[in-house]
Design a protein around this ligand. Structure first.
Ligand code: ADP
Ligand code: MG
Ligand code: MG
Length: 252
């Protein structure tokens, strides 16, 4: 089964250290949540793992089934089974959603193993229906003019079609009304499988009313400072983060 392990990850942006040694281990079948105040490095962790060029890796490893993702190009990371739903999905004018999805799927599957057009269309349309998306979104330019909620559904559409081993979902709940939140959560829950692990980054506990994490981690100042079970998210919702700072002697 899938084993994902981040060890001692340190990153910098423009020479400023942001992640100061992150350790994390996710097995297939597990849902992990990372919570934490704004600006503590949650999106940095997601982007660095995916290989965004702005995020310089200073130290550490990120092993997916024993292979170090940090040594790989972005497309190789995808092929290895890593997926990131971005907090702020990019808009790409001139590339339709369907074209984008099809090339992402074929990149993930690798040369010589491309999906037939008919199968692709069937899968895309079927998944769009599950996510209660109008199939006209297939023919629109990627994320262009999509509302916040439509962008998030579109990220989940990508995830479902790409069938990753490790899915990192960065604030996939932000900007969603309650109906969209339920659709997105159901989409994620339906993807839970023995060999698939999730890292759900969220600022609010709300999403975790619909998706029960096995582990909750708190990130502060570029480190995971506390881990627990689903009850930790509830306590954060009720009491905020001050008690953790006091407990650990963290000064802003
Ligand atoms: P979170 O997702 O936890 O809210 P981020 O990972 O987005 O936090 O940001 C962590 C820190 O890195 C913040 O202090 C932020 O200002 C800084 N940062 C993020 N991206 C950039 C960037 N492109 N240039 C400079 N600083 C950045
Ligand atoms: Mg589970
Ligand atoms: Mg963020």
């Amino acid at each position: 089964t899938t084993q994902f392990e981040v060890r001692g990850l340190k990153t910098a942006i423009n020479g400023k250290e942001i992640l100061k040694g992150v350790d994390l281990a996710i097995k297939g079948g597990e849902i992990h949540a990372i919570m934490g105040p704004n600006g503590t490095g949650k999106s940095t962790l997601a982007s660095a793992l995916m290989g965004h060029p702005n995020y310089e890796v200073i130290e550490g490893e990120a092993l997916l089934n024993g292979e170090d993702l940090l040594e790989m190009e972005v497309d190789e990371r995808s092929r290895a089974g890593l997926f990131l739903a971005m907090q702020y999905p990019s808009e790409i004018a001139g590339v339709t959603n369907a074209d984008f999805l099809r090339s992402a799927i074929n990149a993930r599957r690798g040369e010589g193993n491309e999906m037939s057009l008919i199968k692709f269309i069937r899968q895309m349309e079927g998944t769009m229906k599950e996510l209660e998306m109008n199939t006209e979104f297939a023919h629109r330019y990627l994320n262009e003019g999509f509302s916040g909620g439509e962008k998030k559904r579109n990220e989940i559409l990508q995830m479902k079609l790409l069938e990753p081993k490790i899915a990192i979902l960065d604030e996939v709940d932000s900007g969603l009304d309650i109906d969209a939140l339920k659709v997105v959560a159901a989409g994620i829950n339906a993807m839970c499988a023995e060999d698939r692990g999730f890292l759900i980054i969220t600022h609010y506990q709300r999403l975790l009313d619909y998706i029960t994490p096995d582990y909750v981690h708190v990130m502060m100042q570029g480190r995971i400072v506390k881990s627990g079970g689903a009850e930790l998210a509830l306590r954060l919702e009720n009491e905020g983060y001050e008690w953790i700072k006091e407990e650990l002697g963290i000064v802003d």
